[in-house]
Design a protein around this ligand. Structure first.
Ligand code: V47
Length: 361
């Protein structure tokens, strides 16, 4: 039996065998991934109304791919106060946002209590908002800085109102690659432990993969296999009681940072990666084609190659836009809906846990 068929039969293939999926032509892979995505979601394409808030760019870490940190090539250090953050949450909520996505640089200035006070203040001001906050890299940073233990950090976050965790900080799990691109940041084993513990608390999170830099195909496959392994106790259907919601391949943006990568992966390579993710990650419900890094057009095309989600309206985003992504000012919901519709799909506004709120068919 050929490798693709074995993968579609959910057989346990080796990393080498999964890597061979890249040797299939784009149409064969795309059709296989599309068939699986159609079984799950038909013509639906999910998006949400959200707002990204990045409280500071002052960072103790020195990731070479990062264009956001003030200690790298960004000359404009800033630090938001809790009042400013709350004011942004209120104004976004009033414009229809149902989720705030709060991730920050690893600031030496904020205290441990500052984070908890900020989460409490956000939830007090707008109890209905879904608070998606704190990458595993931030959890690890707070654990190490304040000697808390990551379990305690996660419990404190949950008690202060964090509803789910975003998928950032995963980068590429291979430690040799990490040494080059994000030395000193959370290691792969700890990233996975943190998400696993959060899941065991009955909570949901996402998982990202930063690709298109120095990594190779085998590194991407290894990354996905590690995610699949810790997701094995969670069901793809009726999830929401712990586990990963979505896998998000983040395309590396090459401006204003120290990695100095000139070559951009081809559209085919990107679409193959998304298609393989849909096939390999058979226990993660959603594959997000994150429009901020892919661009809206490729994110729409990706919906025919295994993805089922576009992410959200974002409103304002500073991390990837510092690297060249067009997400500085988000996208309005009318544009999002018409782009999805024009491509022949059914736009579905979802909440942060993928419950369907509204169809725009
Ligand atoms: O971990 C940093 C990435 C991530 C660059 O969970 C870059 O729904 C591309 O976690 N090019 C943070 N990417 C953002 C993040 C996220 C984003 C959207 C949705 C979700 C979710 C999570 O941004 C970091 C890093 O991998 N990043 N610099 C860059 N130059």
């Amino acid at each position: 039996m050929d490798i693709l068929q074995k993968a579609l039969n959910h057989e346990n293939l080796s990393a080498k065998e999964f890597s061979a999926l890249y040797d299939y032509d784009i149409y064969t892979l795309g059709q296989a991934a599309d068939a699986r995505r159609k079984e799950l979601y038909g013509k639906k394409v999910f998006f949400n109304m959200n707002r990204h808030i990045n409280p500071t760019n002052i960072c103790a870490d020195v990731c070479r791919f990062c264009a956001f940190s003030a200690s790298r090539k960004n000359p404009n250090p800033y630090e938001m106060s809790i009042d400013e953050i709350v004011a942004q949450v209120i104004s976004s909520y009033n414009r229809g946002a149902k989720e705030v996505h709060i991730v920050s640089a690893h600031s030496p200035n904020y205290s441990y209590e500052w984070y908890l006070d900020m989460f409490r203040a956000v939830k007090k001001a707008v109890p209905q908002i879904h608070l998606k906050a704190m990458t595993a890299a931030e959890v690890d940073y707070l654990d190490r800085k304040f000697q808390k233990g990551y379990q305690r950090v996660l419990e404190d976050m949950a008690n202060a109102g964090v509803d789910s965790m975003p998928g950032g900080g995963a980068e590429i799990f291979d430690e040799e690659v990490r040494k080059v691109i994000c030395k000193g940041k959370v290691n792969s084993i700890r990233w996975l432990e943190i998400h696993n513990h959060w899941h065991q608390m009955g909570k949901m999170s996402n998982a990202t993969m930063l690709f298109g830099h120095i990594e190779n195909r085998e590194h991407r496959i290894d990354h996905m296999l590690r995610l699949r392994a810790i997701q094995q106790d969670y069901s793809i259907v009726n999830a929401r009681k712990g586990g990963f919601n979505a896998f998000i391949p983040l395309l590396y943006q090459n401006q204003n940072n120290f990695l100095n990568i000139k070559e951009h992966p081809s559209g085919q390579e990107i679409l193959k990666t998304i298609a393989i993710a849909r096939i390999l990650l058979d226990n993660i419900p959603h594959i997000k084609a994150y429009w901020a890094t892919l661009g809206i057009n490729l994110a729409i095309v990706a919906q025919e190659f295994g993805a089922d989600d576009m992410d959200g309206t974002i409103e304002n985003e500073s991390i990837q836009s510092a690297g060249g992504a067009k997400s500085k000012n988000g996208i309005n919901s009318e544009d999002m809906i018409s782009q999805i519709k024009d491509a022949g799909f059914e736009p579905i506004e979802r909440d942060s846990l993928y419950q369907e709120l509204r169809s725009f068919a």
